[in-house]
Ligand binder design. Structure first.
Ligand code: HEC
Ligand code: HEC
Length: 383
Protein backbone atom coordinates (compact mmCIF):
# COMPACT_ATOMS: atom_id res chain seq x y z
CA UNK A 1 0.00 0.00 0.00
CA UNK A 2 2.86 2.35 0.83
CA UNK A 3 3.72 2.18 -2.86
CA UNK A 4 0.67 4.28 -3.60
CA UNK A 5 1.19 6.98 -0.99
CA UNK A 6 3.26 9.38 -2.98
CA UNK A 7 3.87 13.06 -3.44
CA UNK A 8 0.26 14.11 -3.30
CA UNK A 9 -0.18 12.97 0.28
CA UNK A 10 1.70 16.04 1.48
CA UNK A 11 -0.57 18.48 -0.25
CA UNK A 12 -3.63 16.55 0.79
CA UNK A 13 -2.68 16.79 4.43
CA UNK A 14 -1.77 20.44 4.09
CA UNK A 15 -5.27 21.08 2.82
CA UNK A 16 -6.91 18.95 5.44
CA UNK A 17 -5.15 20.40 8.44
CA UNK A 18 -6.77 23.85 8.69
CA UNK A 19 -10.17 22.26 8.29
CA UNK A 20 -9.48 19.84 11.09
CA UNK A 21 -8.56 22.57 13.55
CA UNK A 22 -11.64 24.55 12.61
CA UNK A 23 -14.30 21.96 12.91
CA UNK A 24 -12.94 18.66 14.06
CA UNK A 25 -16.05 17.41 15.90
CA UNK A 26 -18.37 17.97 12.98
CA UNK A 27 -15.97 16.35 10.59
CA UNK A 28 -15.53 13.24 12.67
CA UNK A 29 -19.24 12.95 13.20
CA UNK A 30 -20.12 13.15 9.51
CA UNK A 31 -17.28 10.95 8.46
CA UNK A 32 -16.74 13.11 5.39
CA UNK A 33 -13.76 15.19 6.38
CA UNK A 34 -12.55 16.60 3.14
CA UNK A 35 -10.87 19.69 1.91
CA UNK A 36 -12.97 19.87 -1.22
CA UNK A 37 -16.43 21.16 -1.88
CA UNK A 38 -18.87 18.36 -2.73
CA UNK A 39 -21.19 20.68 -4.67
CA UNK A 40 -18.32 21.76 -6.93
CA UNK A 41 -17.27 18.13 -7.09
CA UNK A 42 -20.65 17.15 -8.45
CA UNK A 43 -19.88 19.35 -11.48
CA UNK A 44 -16.43 17.82 -11.88
CA UNK A 45 -18.06 14.41 -11.76
CA UNK A 46 -19.74 15.16 -15.09
CA UNK A 47 -16.39 14.19 -16.60
CA UNK A 48 -16.73 10.79 -14.99
CA UNK A 49 -20.46 10.31 -15.44
CA UNK A 50 -20.24 8.89 -18.95
CA UNK A 51 -18.55 5.89 -17.40
CA UNK A 52 -19.39 5.91 -13.69
CA UNK A 53 -22.56 6.16 -11.65
CA UNK A 54 -22.79 7.06 -7.97
CA UNK A 55 -25.69 7.54 -5.59
CA UNK A 56 -28.84 5.60 -4.95
CA UNK A 57 -29.35 2.72 -7.37
CA UNK A 58 -26.01 3.35 -9.11
CA UNK A 59 -25.10 0.52 -11.49
CA UNK A 60 -21.86 -0.39 -13.17
CA UNK A 61 -21.50 1.29 -16.56
CA UNK A 62 -18.30 1.41 -18.59
CA UNK A 63 -16.62 1.75 -15.21
CA UNK A 64 -17.63 0.39 -11.80
CA UNK A 65 -20.22 2.17 -9.66
CA UNK A 66 -18.57 4.37 -7.06
CA UNK A 67 -20.75 4.04 -3.95
CA UNK A 68 -18.79 3.11 -0.80
CA UNK A 69 -15.61 3.84 -2.68
CA UNK A 70 -13.61 5.10 0.29
CA UNK A 71 -12.19 2.00 1.95
CA UNK A 72 -12.80 -0.21 -1.10
CA UNK A 73 -9.82 -2.30 -2.14
CA UNK A 74 -9.14 -1.48 -5.79
CA UNK A 75 -10.63 -3.81 -8.35
CA UNK A 76 -12.89 -5.74 -5.98
CA UNK A 77 -16.52 -5.15 -6.96
CA UNK A 78 -17.67 -8.72 -7.61
CA UNK A 79 -19.84 -7.94 -10.62
CA UNK A 80 -17.48 -5.65 -12.53
CA UNK A 81 -14.90 -6.90 -15.03
CA UNK A 82 -11.73 -5.06 -14.10
CA UNK A 83 -8.46 -5.06 -15.98
CA UNK A 84 -5.76 -7.42 -14.73
CA UNK A 85 -3.80 -4.32 -13.77
CA UNK A 86 -6.52 -3.01 -11.44
CA UNK A 87 -7.05 -6.42 -9.82
CA UNK A 88 -3.30 -6.70 -9.25
CA UNK A 89 -3.13 -3.21 -7.75
CA UNK A 90 -5.81 -4.25 -5.26
CA UNK A 91 -3.96 -7.48 -4.56
CA UNK A 92 -0.83 -5.41 -3.88
CA UNK A 93 -2.76 -3.47 -1.27
CA UNK A 94 -4.22 -0.46 -3.08
CA UNK A 95 -7.20 0.78 -1.06
CA UNK A 96 -9.19 3.83 -2.19
CA UNK A 97 -8.71 6.70 0.24
CA UNK A 98 -8.75 10.44 -0.46
CA UNK A 99 -4.97 10.24 -0.85
CA UNK A 100 -4.79 7.28 -3.22
CA UNK A 101 -7.72 8.66 -5.22
CA UNK A 102 -5.95 11.99 -5.60
CA UNK A 103 -2.93 10.21 -7.03
CA UNK A 104 -4.97 7.92 -9.26
CA UNK A 105 -7.34 10.56 -10.64
CA UNK A 106 -4.48 12.94 -11.41
CA UNK A 107 -2.95 10.38 -13.80
CA UNK A 108 -4.70 7.00 -13.76
CA UNK A 109 -2.23 5.30 -16.09
CA UNK A 110 0.79 6.42 -14.07
CA UNK A 111 -0.51 4.94 -10.87
CA UNK A 112 -2.07 1.79 -12.34
CA UNK A 113 -0.25 1.10 -15.61
CA UNK A 114 -2.54 -1.00 -17.78
CA UNK A 115 -5.79 0.22 -16.24
CA UNK A 116 -8.60 0.21 -18.74
CA UNK A 117 -9.97 3.49 -17.42
CA UNK A 118 -9.56 5.62 -20.54
CA UNK A 119 -9.27 8.93 -18.77
CA UNK A 120 -6.25 11.21 -18.96
CA UNK A 121 -6.66 12.60 -15.45
CA UNK A 122 -7.78 15.74 -13.69
CA UNK A 123 -5.28 18.57 -13.97
CA UNK A 124 -6.41 20.92 -11.25
CA UNK A 125 -5.89 20.15 -7.56
CA UNK A 126 -9.17 21.88 -6.76
CA UNK A 127 -11.05 19.59 -9.16
CA UNK A 128 -9.40 16.58 -7.53
CA UNK A 129 -10.24 17.68 -4.01
CA UNK A 130 -13.79 18.57 -4.96
CA UNK A 131 -14.61 15.38 -6.84
CA UNK A 132 -13.14 13.30 -4.00
CA UNK A 133 -15.23 15.22 -1.47
CA UNK A 134 -18.28 14.57 -3.67
CA UNK A 135 -17.54 10.84 -3.92
CA UNK A 136 -16.81 10.62 -0.19
CA UNK A 137 -20.40 11.75 0.40
CA UNK A 138 -21.47 8.37 -0.95
CA UNK A 139 -19.10 6.44 1.30
CA UNK A 140 -19.84 5.68 4.94
CA UNK A 141 -16.16 5.28 5.66
CA UNK A 142 -14.85 8.61 4.52
CA UNK A 143 -12.73 9.79 7.46
CA UNK A 144 -9.18 10.70 6.44
CA UNK A 145 -6.18 8.77 7.63
CA UNK A 146 -4.55 11.63 9.61
CA UNK A 147 -7.25 11.71 12.27
CA UNK A 148 -7.03 9.07 14.99
CA UNK A 149 -10.30 7.21 14.75
CA UNK A 150 -12.43 7.87 17.84
CA UNK A 151 -15.08 5.47 19.05
CA UNK A 152 -17.75 7.56 17.34
CA UNK A 153 -16.28 7.00 13.89
CA UNK A 154 -18.60 4.96 11.70
CA UNK A 155 -17.82 1.30 11.19
CA UNK A 156 -16.95 0.23 7.66
CA UNK A 157 -19.97 -2.09 7.58
CA UNK A 158 -22.38 0.69 8.35
CA UNK A 159 -24.71 1.78 5.61
CA UNK A 160 -24.80 5.39 4.61
CA UNK A 161 -28.03 6.21 6.43
CA UNK A 162 -26.59 4.76 9.65
CA UNK A 163 -23.77 7.22 9.31
CA UNK A 164 -26.10 10.24 9.24
CA UNK A 165 -24.35 13.18 10.85
CA UNK A 166 -26.33 13.83 13.98
CA UNK A 167 -27.51 10.75 15.85
CA UNK A 168 -29.53 12.82 18.32
CA UNK A 169 -31.70 14.28 15.57
CA UNK A 170 -34.72 12.33 14.41
CA UNK A 171 -34.71 13.67 10.87
CA UNK A 172 -32.67 11.54 8.46
CA UNK A 173 -30.45 13.25 5.95
CA UNK A 174 -32.06 12.52 2.57
CA UNK A 175 -28.94 12.32 0.46
CA UNK A 176 -25.39 13.47 0.56
CA UNK A 177 -25.38 14.94 -2.89
CA UNK A 178 -25.08 18.62 -2.08
CA UNK A 179 -28.72 19.66 -2.30
CA UNK A 180 -28.81 21.32 1.13
CA UNK A 181 -31.37 18.70 2.11
CA UNK A 182 -33.99 20.28 -0.16
CA UNK A 183 -34.89 17.17 -2.09
CA UNK A 184 -37.92 14.96 -2.12
CA UNK A 185 -35.94 11.78 -2.54
CA UNK A 186 -37.76 10.98 -5.79
CA UNK A 187 -36.18 9.95 -9.06
CA UNK A 188 -32.55 10.56 -9.75
CA UNK A 189 -30.45 13.11 -11.54
CA UNK A 190 -30.29 12.66 -15.29
CA UNK A 191 -26.90 11.34 -16.37
CA UNK A 192 -24.79 13.62 -18.54
CA UNK A 193 -25.01 11.09 -21.36
CA UNK A 194 -28.79 10.89 -21.04
CA UNK A 195 -29.00 14.65 -21.37
CA UNK A 196 -26.62 14.57 -24.32
CA UNK A 197 -28.74 11.93 -26.07
CA UNK A 198 -31.82 14.06 -25.65
CA UNK A 199 -30.31 17.49 -26.24
CA UNK A 200 -29.85 17.30 -30.02
CA UNK A 201 -31.74 20.29 -31.35
CA UNK A 202 -30.14 22.37 -34.06
CA UNK A 203 -30.96 26.03 -34.50
CA UNK A 204 -31.06 28.12 -37.65
CA UNK A 205 -27.84 29.86 -36.61
CA UNK A 206 -26.06 26.49 -36.52
CA UNK A 207 -26.09 26.08 -32.75
CA UNK A 208 -26.02 22.38 -31.92
CA UNK A 209 -24.54 21.18 -35.23
CA UNK A 210 -22.20 18.24 -34.72
CA UNK A 211 -18.82 18.25 -36.43
CA UNK A 212 -19.12 16.32 -39.67
CA UNK A 213 -19.49 16.39 -43.45
CA UNK A 214 -21.07 14.60 -46.37
CA UNK A 215 -21.43 15.05 -50.12
CA UNK A 216 -24.41 15.02 -52.45
CA UNK A 217 -23.20 11.82 -54.10
CA UNK A 218 -22.73 10.03 -50.76
CA UNK A 219 -26.20 11.23 -49.86
CA UNK A 220 -27.68 9.85 -53.05
CA UNK A 221 -26.48 6.35 -52.17
CA UNK A 222 -27.76 6.63 -48.61
CA UNK A 223 -31.05 8.04 -49.81
CA UNK A 224 -31.74 5.26 -52.29
CA UNK A 225 -30.94 2.66 -49.62
CA UNK A 226 -32.75 4.19 -46.67
CA UNK A 227 -35.30 6.68 -47.85
CA UNK A 228 -36.40 6.07 -51.45
CA UNK A 229 -38.84 3.25 -50.59
CA UNK A 230 -41.08 5.88 -49.05
CA UNK A 231 -39.96 9.23 -50.43
CA UNK A 232 -39.12 8.10 -53.98
CA UNK A 233 -35.73 8.25 -55.72
CA UNK A 234 -36.04 11.97 -56.32
CA UNK A 235 -38.04 12.89 -53.23
CA UNK A 236 -41.24 12.83 -55.26
CA UNK A 237 -42.95 10.60 -52.66
CA UNK A 238 -44.17 7.05 -53.20
CA UNK A 239 -47.92 6.67 -52.83
CA UNK A 240 -48.94 8.95 -50.00
CA UNK A 241 -45.55 9.17 -48.25
CA UNK A 242 -44.35 12.77 -47.95
CA UNK A 243 -42.91 14.59 -50.94
CA UNK A 244 -39.48 16.07 -50.14
CA UNK A 245 -38.70 18.07 -53.26
CA UNK A 246 -40.39 20.30 -55.79
CA UNK A 247 -43.45 22.45 -55.27
CA UNK A 248 -41.64 25.69 -55.97
CA UNK A 249 -44.07 28.48 -56.92
CA UNK A 250 -47.11 26.60 -55.60
CA UNK A 251 -47.40 28.43 -52.29
CA UNK A 252 -50.13 30.74 -53.50
CA UNK A 253 -52.09 27.91 -55.11
CA UNK A 254 -55.21 26.62 -53.48
CA UNK A 255 -53.34 23.37 -52.77
CA UNK A 256 -49.72 24.42 -52.19
CA UNK A 257 -47.06 21.70 -52.26
CA UNK A 258 -45.00 22.41 -49.18
CA UNK A 259 -41.55 20.82 -49.39
CA UNK A 260 -38.10 21.57 -48.09
CA UNK A 261 -37.37 23.56 -51.25
CA UNK A 262 -40.70 25.32 -51.60
CA UNK A 263 -41.63 26.01 -48.02
CA UNK A 264 -39.16 25.24 -45.23
CA UNK A 265 -37.37 28.35 -44.00
CA UNK A 266 -34.20 26.86 -42.51
CA UNK A 267 -31.84 24.05 -43.42
CA UNK A 268 -31.27 23.36 -39.71
CA UNK A 269 -34.76 21.87 -39.58
CA UNK A 270 -33.86 19.37 -42.30
CA UNK A 271 -30.77 18.21 -40.44
CA UNK A 272 -32.50 18.15 -37.09
CA UNK A 273 -35.57 16.34 -38.41
CA UNK A 274 -33.76 13.67 -40.40
CA UNK A 275 -31.32 12.97 -37.57
CA UNK A 276 -34.10 12.84 -34.99
CA UNK A 277 -36.85 11.01 -36.86
CA UNK A 278 -35.74 9.29 -40.06
CA UNK A 279 -35.71 6.70 -41.51
CA UNK A 280 -39.25 6.31 -40.27
CA UNK A 281 -39.28 3.29 -37.95
CA UNK A 282 -35.51 3.31 -37.47
CA UNK A 283 -34.89 6.76 -36.07
CA UNK A 284 -31.44 7.71 -34.73
CA UNK A 285 -29.75 5.00 -36.78
CA UNK A 286 -27.85 7.42 -39.03
CA UNK A 287 -24.40 8.79 -38.24
CA UNK A 288 -23.87 12.54 -38.13
CA UNK A 289 -21.93 12.34 -41.42
CA UNK A 290 -24.78 10.35 -43.00
CA UNK A 291 -27.18 13.11 -42.06
CA UNK A 292 -24.89 15.75 -43.61
CA UNK A 293 -24.77 13.71 -46.82
CA UNK A 294 -28.54 13.19 -46.88
CA UNK A 295 -29.15 16.88 -46.19
CA UNK A 296 -26.78 17.73 -49.05
CA UNK A 297 -28.71 15.36 -51.32
CA UNK A 298 -32.02 16.92 -50.30
CA UNK A 299 -30.56 20.32 -51.21
CA UNK A 300 -29.61 18.89 -54.57
CA UNK A 301 -33.07 17.41 -55.16
CA UNK A 302 -34.49 20.85 -54.41
CA UNK A 303 -32.07 22.63 -56.78
CA UNK A 304 -30.58 24.63 -53.94
CA UNK A 305 -27.20 23.19 -54.89
CA UNK A 306 -26.45 21.84 -58.35
CA UNK A 307 -23.02 20.26 -57.99
CA UNK A 308 -23.03 16.53 -57.23
CA UNK A 309 -19.67 16.92 -55.50
CA UNK A 310 -20.97 19.62 -53.20
CA UNK A 311 -19.98 18.80 -49.61
CA UNK A 312 -22.07 20.03 -46.71
CA UNK A 313 -20.35 20.33 -43.34
CA UNK A 314 -20.73 22.06 -40.03
CA UNK A 315 -18.46 24.77 -41.46
CA UNK A 316 -20.48 25.81 -44.53
CA UNK A 317 -23.90 24.82 -43.19
CA UNK A 318 -25.16 28.27 -42.24
CA UNK A 319 -24.13 29.72 -45.61
CA UNK A 320 -26.94 27.74 -47.24
CA UNK A 321 -30.25 29.60 -47.45
CA UNK A 322 -33.54 27.99 -48.40
CA UNK A 323 -35.62 29.82 -51.04
CA UNK A 324 -38.63 30.54 -48.85
CA UNK A 325 -36.79 31.92 -45.82
CA UNK A 326 -37.73 35.51 -46.57
CA UNK A 327 -41.44 34.79 -46.49
CA UNK A 328 -41.21 33.95 -42.82
CA UNK A 329 -41.37 36.95 -40.55
CA UNK A 330 -40.34 37.34 -36.94
CA UNK A 331 -43.15 36.72 -34.48
CA UNK A 332 -44.40 40.20 -33.71
CA UNK A 333 -47.49 39.33 -31.70
CA UNK A 334 -46.09 41.16 -28.69
CA UNK A 335 -46.16 44.34 -30.69
CA UNK A 336 -49.57 44.09 -32.33
CA UNK A 337 -53.21 43.24 -31.75
CA UNK A 338 -54.65 43.03 -28.30
CA UNK A 339 -51.24 43.10 -26.64
CA UNK A 340 -50.99 46.69 -27.79
CA UNK A 341 -54.40 47.70 -26.38
CA UNK A 342 -53.98 50.69 -24.13
CA UNK A 343 -57.15 50.19 -22.09
CA UNK A 344 -57.99 47.23 -19.85
CA UNK A 345 -59.97 44.50 -21.67
CA UNK A 346 -63.73 44.39 -21.04
CA UNK A 347 -64.58 41.36 -18.90
CA UNK A 348 -68.37 41.61 -18.42
CA UNK A 349 -71.47 42.95 -20.15
CA UNK A 350 -69.33 43.87 -23.11
CA UNK A 351 -71.95 43.41 -25.84
CA UNK A 352 -74.88 45.79 -25.61
CA UNK A 353 -78.38 44.56 -26.50
CA UNK A 354 -79.94 41.10 -26.33
CA UNK A 355 -77.84 37.92 -26.74
CA UNK A 356 -78.36 36.18 -30.11
CA UNK A 357 -76.71 33.47 -32.19
CA UNK A 358 -74.66 35.04 -34.96
CA UNK A 359 -72.74 32.03 -36.35
CA UNK A 360 -72.80 28.22 -36.48
CA UNK A 361 -69.70 26.04 -36.40
CA UNK A 362 -69.80 23.33 -39.07
CA UNK A 363 -67.80 20.11 -38.75
CA UNK A 364 -65.45 19.88 -41.70
CA UNK A 365 -64.45 16.51 -43.05
CA UNK A 366 -60.84 17.14 -44.04
CA UNK A 367 -60.02 13.69 -45.42
CA UNK A 368 -59.35 14.19 -49.13
CA UNK A 369 -61.91 12.52 -51.39
CA UNK A 370 -64.62 12.15 -48.77
CA UNK A 371 -66.21 15.49 -49.68
CA UNK A 372 -65.89 17.60 -52.75
CA UNK A 373 -62.39 19.04 -52.43
CA UNK A 374 -63.36 22.29 -54.07
CA UNK A 375 -66.18 22.79 -51.68
CA UNK A 376 -63.96 22.11 -48.69
CA UNK A 377 -61.05 24.17 -49.97
CA UNK A 378 -60.99 27.62 -48.43
CA UNK A 379 -64.31 27.13 -46.65
CA UNK A 380 -62.79 27.65 -43.21
CA UNK A 381 -64.23 26.18 -40.05
CA UNK A 382 -67.15 28.55 -39.64
CA UNK A 383 -69.96 29.64 -41.89
C1 HEC B 1 -14.00 6.61 -20.32
C2 HEC B 1 -14.56 5.98 -19.15
C3 HEC B 1 -14.10 6.46 -17.77
C4 HEC B 1 -14.03 7.75 -17.30
C5 HEC B 1 -14.32 9.05 -18.07
C6 HEC B 1 -13.65 7.65 -15.93
N1 HEC B 1 -13.49 6.35 -15.59
FE1 HEC B 1 -12.96 5.63 -13.74
N2 HEC B 1 -12.92 3.75 -14.48
C7 HEC B 1 -13.26 3.38 -15.75
C8 HEC B 1 -13.01 1.98 -15.92
C9 HEC B 1 -13.24 1.17 -17.20
C10 HEC B 1 -12.50 1.51 -14.69
C11 HEC B 1 -11.98 0.12 -14.38
C12 HEC B 1 -10.50 0.23 -14.54
C13 HEC B 1 -9.78 -1.08 -14.62
O1 HEC B 1 -10.37 -2.14 -14.39
O2 HEC B 1 -8.58 -1.02 -14.93
C14 HEC B 1 -12.48 2.66 -13.81
C15 HEC B 1 -12.03 2.61 -12.50
C16 HEC B 1 -12.15 3.65 -11.59
C17 HEC B 1 -11.89 3.57 -10.19
C18 HEC B 1 -11.48 2.32 -9.45
C19 HEC B 1 -12.72 1.71 -8.85
C20 HEC B 1 -12.55 0.37 -8.24
O3 HEC B 1 -13.58 -0.29 -7.99
O4 HEC B 1 -11.42 -0.05 -8.00
C21 HEC B 1 -12.14 4.80 -9.67
C22 HEC B 1 -12.01 5.22 -8.25
C23 HEC B 1 -12.55 5.66 -10.76
N3 HEC B 1 -12.53 4.93 -11.90
C24 HEC B 1 -12.90 6.98 -10.61
C25 HEC B 1 -13.15 7.84 -11.68
C26 HEC B 1 -13.42 9.25 -11.55
C27 HEC B 1 -13.57 9.99 -10.24
C28 HEC B 1 -13.52 9.75 -12.79
C29 HEC B 1 -13.73 11.20 -13.22
C30 HEC B 1 -12.79 12.16 -12.72
C31 HEC B 1 -13.37 8.66 -13.72
N4 HEC B 1 -13.15 7.51 -13.01
C32 HEC B 1 -13.48 8.73 -15.09
C33 HEC B 1 -13.73 4.21 -16.75
C34 HEC B 1 -13.76 5.59 -16.68
C1 HEC C 1 -40.99 3.86 -43.96
C2 HEC C 1 -41.18 5.09 -44.71
C3 HEC C 1 -40.11 6.17 -44.56
C4 HEC C 1 -38.76 6.05 -44.76
C5 HEC C 1 -37.96 4.81 -45.10
C6 HEC C 1 -38.21 7.38 -44.58
N1 HEC C 1 -39.22 8.26 -44.28
FE1 HEC C 1 -39.01 10.26 -44.09
N2 HEC C 1 -40.96 10.41 -43.64
C7 HEC C 1 -41.85 9.36 -43.54
C8 HEC C 1 -43.10 9.83 -42.95
C9 HEC C 1 -44.31 8.99 -42.63
C10 HEC C 1 -42.92 11.20 -42.70
C11 HEC C 1 -43.93 12.17 -42.09
C12 HEC C 1 -43.84 11.96 -40.59
C13 HEC C 1 -44.74 12.89 -39.85
O1 HEC C 1 -45.23 13.86 -40.42
O2 HEC C 1 -44.91 12.65 -38.64
C14 HEC C 1 -41.60 11.53 -43.19
C15 HEC C 1 -41.09 12.82 -43.18
C16 HEC C 1 -39.84 13.15 -43.64
C17 HEC C 1 -39.36 14.49 -43.79
C18 HEC C 1 -40.18 15.74 -43.50
C19 HEC C 1 -41.05 16.00 -44.71
C20 HEC C 1 -42.01 17.14 -44.50
O3 HEC C 1 -42.18 17.92 -45.43
O4 HEC C 1 -42.59 17.25 -43.42
C21 HEC C 1 -38.08 14.41 -44.22
C22 HEC C 1 -37.16 15.57 -44.54
C23 HEC C 1 -37.75 13.02 -44.36
N3 HEC C 1 -38.85 12.27 -43.99
C24 HEC C 1 -36.53 12.52 -44.76
C25 HEC C 1 -36.25 11.18 -44.80
C26 HEC C 1 -34.92 10.67 -45.05
C27 HEC C 1 -33.69 11.52 -45.34
C28 HEC C 1 -35.00 9.33 -44.99
C29 HEC C 1 -33.90 8.31 -45.16
C30 HEC C 1 -32.82 8.40 -44.20
C31 HEC C 1 -36.39 8.98 -44.75
N4 HEC C 1 -37.08 10.14 -44.60
C32 HEC C 1 -36.87 7.69 -44.69
C33 HEC C 1 -41.61 8.08 -43.94
C34 HEC C 1 -40.37 7.56 -44.25
Amino acid sequence: MSKFRDARVGSWRALARPLLTLSLPLILATGTALAGDPAAGEKVFKKCAACHAVGEGAKNKVGPELNELIGRTAGTLPDFKYSKAMIKAGGDGLVWTPETLATYLAKPKDMVPGTKMAFAGLKSDADLDNVIAYLAGFSAQAAPAPAPAPAAAPEPEQTRSDAAPDTTSAAPTPTASGHDGKVFGLGRKAEAEEIAAWDIDIRPDGTGLPVGRGTVSDGEVLFSENCAVCHGDFGEGVGRWPVLAGGQDTLTDERPEKTIGSYWPYLSTVYDYVRRAMPFGNARSLSDDDVYALTAYLLYLNDVVTDEEFELSNENFTEIRLPNEENFIADDRDAEGHDMATSAPCMESCKPGPVEITMHARILDVTPGSVDDDEAGGAGGVD
